[in-house]
Ligand binder design. Structure first.
Ligand code: SAH
Ligand code: F3S
Length: 484
């Protein structure tokens, strides 16, 4: 069974990622990924680029020619885990001095050359927009020089690279549709590490989905820091849209249209997307979701805080009241919608009253799932530079526990709503607890476990839900669903 509250656990991240190997490839790549799904997907892009350079993936660190760690900077803890991993690589490098070590992703972008000074074992530092330069950088490294490319790009979306799927279950996969973020939430390092927002050509998105469908994938999650802000007008940064030609502006494609195109073209494929920023979430998207049975009725709609004072300090572009109205409208259009949140407790200046507002907002929405964090000051952000991280650690911890406890109550309230119903689930793997049981998800993203019987990975089945915890449904399959 899954942990009962979905708090992102930075400790369990960073598993070696592997794929099917090619005989003609002679070099060995050990790649690990920390942080968000976008990083996982980027590691798949990196694996595709290095596949062409003769690298196969390996799970055995000791035999690697090249070790890459795709890093996360979102909270201090994420960076600490990576530094610990680098110490481990260092120990292995002593036995295998030919092994090269590279740091990719957000920490690479944030620390740049400093990495080479601070972490003496690092040979290569590559930011999120520079992966296509890896072959050149590796040839530098092979000649004994260290190599750095942390240039952020205006138009790189890796739309022309077909990712090599790593550690795949063969059923669910991620497809990136936007990169970067323009929102500048005051606590967040992402706009600095991933650059300005740009969208990927819908044609290349549809082609990638087609290839996933051809390989029998059943569920695609469209990924971006802020997917609702998707805007294709021929390429380039979103902020330059106003400068585009009249023709480009008139024929631009937004997120609702992209979603409609995907769901229409692939009626048997389930679609999810993440993340939606409340300020960019339009009801057009909700109407498209309502129109297509194959778009999952689940929205990750981070709010961060229920207090207007905090939302303002965080530079979130909406009030608590606007968010509640949005939630009301969403439930009006799709009553069975499942919602999840991200929350930060203990942001600069957060009072007990602000915290109570967060709890009250949670009571109002009763989220199905939640990802909850204590505020972690990030150097270079506006809050890091200008605001006082003044909530004491024990207070942060206590507030976090309070929202986790409340989230757990709401998660149970939500899972109980499924009891007695027959719902469609997509089988995506074996239950962690019981090898005789499948693990599957319904449209709301709720997990169920049930006896395997003769059903297979990737089957859509109807399950009668008979029991539940706050995280997992239990049931019995009644047969295949119509989607098979
Ligand atoms: N739009 C992004 C958000 C990325 S960060 C997305 O695709 O999900 C994911 C979450 O981490 C944020 O929603 C926020 O809740 C949390 N977070 C970001 N910066 C943080 C910080 N400095 N301290 C604590 N949590 C943070
Ligand atoms: Fe970060 Fe806010 Fe963008 S949380 S990723 S700056 S929407």
């Amino acid at each position: 069974m899954e942990p009962s509250v979905k708090v992102i656990n930075e400790k369990i991240q960073g598993k070696a990622l592997v794929t099917e190997n090619k005989i003609e490839n002679t070099k060995k790549l050990f790649i690990e990924s920390y942080g968000c799904q976008m990083n996982m997907n980027d590691s798949e892009i990196v694996a595709a680029i290095l596949d062409k350079e003769g690298y196969n993936t390996t799970q055995i660190l000791e035999e690697a020619d090249l070790v890459l760690v795709n890093t996360c900077s979102i909270r201090e803890k994420a960076e600490t885990s990576v530094r610990k991993r680098l110490q481990k690589y260092n120990a292995v490098k002593k036995i295998n001095p030919k092994m090269k070590v590279g740091v990719l992703g957000c920490m690479a972008e944030r620390l740049k050359e400093k990495f080479l000074e601070e972490e003496k074992i690092v040979d290569l530092v590559v930011g999120p927009d520079a992966y296509k330069d890896l072959p050149n950088l590796l040839s530098e490294v092979s000649e004994g020089r260290s190599a750095v490319n942390v240039i952020l790009s205006k138009d790189e979306t890796y739309g022309d690279i077909s990712p090599v799927r790593l550690n795949t279950n063969g059923v669910t996969a991620f497809v990136s549709i936007t990169r970067g973020c323009d929102n500048m939430c005051t606590f967040c390092v992402v706009p600095f590490t991933r650059g300005r927002e740009r969208s990927r050509d819908p044609k290349s998105i549809l082609e990638e989905i087609q290839s996933m469908v051809d390989q029998n994938f059943k569920e695609i999650t469209l990924l971006g820091q802020n997917v609702d802000s998707f805007l294709w007008f021929g390429g380039g940064l979103k902020k330059d849209f106003k400068k585009a030609t009249e023709m480009a502006r008139a024929t631009a494609i937004g997120f609702a249209e992209l979603l409609d195109m995907c769901a229409t073209k692939f009626p048997k494929t389930r679609f999810r997307f993440s993340t939606s920023n409340p300020q960019d979430m339009s009801l057009d998207v909700i109407h498209v979701m309502a129109k297509h049975i194959n778009i999952c009725k689940y929205l990750h709609l981070p709010v961060q805080s229920g207090s207007n004072a905090m939302l303002k300090a965080m530079n979130r572009q909406h009030t608590r009241e606007e968010y509640m109205t949005l939630v009301d409208n969403i439930f009006k259009i799709i009553p069975e919608m499942s919602l999840s949140q991200d929350m930060i407790v203990g942001f600069c200046g957060e009072t007990e009253e602000d915290h109570q507002d967060t709890l009250a907002l949670m009571q109002y929405v009763k989220y199905d799932f939640g990802f909850m964090f204590t505020y972690s000051e990030r150097p270079g952000t506006l809050a890091g530079n200008k605001m006082d991280d003044d909530v004491p650690q024990p207070v942060k911890k206590r507030r976090l526990q309070e929202i986790i406890d409340l989230q757990q109550e709401h998660a149970l309230f939500r899972t109980q709503q499924h009891l007695g119903k027959i719902e469609e689930f997509l089988i995506e793997g074996t239950s962690k607890k019981n090898p005789d049981e499948w693990k599957a998800r319904n449209t709301q993203n709720t997990i169920a476990v049930f006896k395997k019987e003769h059903y297979k990975l990737g089957d859509f089945v109807n399950v009668k839900v008979e029991d539940c915890t706050s995280a997992t449904l239990k049931g019995t399959v009644v047969g295949y669903s119509d989607n098979n």
